[in-house]
Design a protein around this ligand. Structure first.
Ligand code: ZN
Length: 122
């Protein structure tokens, strides 16, 4: 990592530690506390498109990143809840095929207007 940084003009990189303890940099606005932080702030590292983004972009889909671990902020959770409510009202069955059909029918039953409404409250 330090060699890569030297090649990018950070001649002091060999004197820096590889990373701050537990990946917790001081956060004092400087980005030169450790090699990892410098590397992390390099535009060609910071702006790399993920495999997910590249795959979706190739198929003309948008990718929306939402905060992690806050499912209530993700409108798909409301859509999923809507579908689960419909699913619970369907007849139960021991047939896997019938249950799978119930799931698909429940998901298809979520109205587009509801999806758009959930999405508008993000
Ligand atoms: Zn650091």
């Amino acid at each position: 990592m330090s060699q890569i940084l030297v090649e990018r003009g950070y001649t002091n990189a060999p004197n820096l530690k590889a990373q701050c303890k537990d990946f917790k940099c001081p956060g004092d606005g400087k980005d030169d506390c450790c090699c990892r932080q410098i590397m992390y702030s390099q535009p060609d590292f910071a702006n790399v498109e993920s495999v997910l983004e590249a795959s979706c972009c190739a198929q003309d889909f948008d990718v929306i990143f939402l905060p992690k671990f806050h499912c209530e902020l993700n409108f798909i959770e409301q859509c999923w809840g809507f579908a689960k409510r419909i699913y619970c009202m369907k007849d139960s069955s021991l047939s896997t095929a019938a249950l799978e059909k119930n799931v698909i029918d429940s998901l298809d039953a979520v109205p587009m207007l509801a999806i758009q409404w959930y999405d508008s409250y993000q």
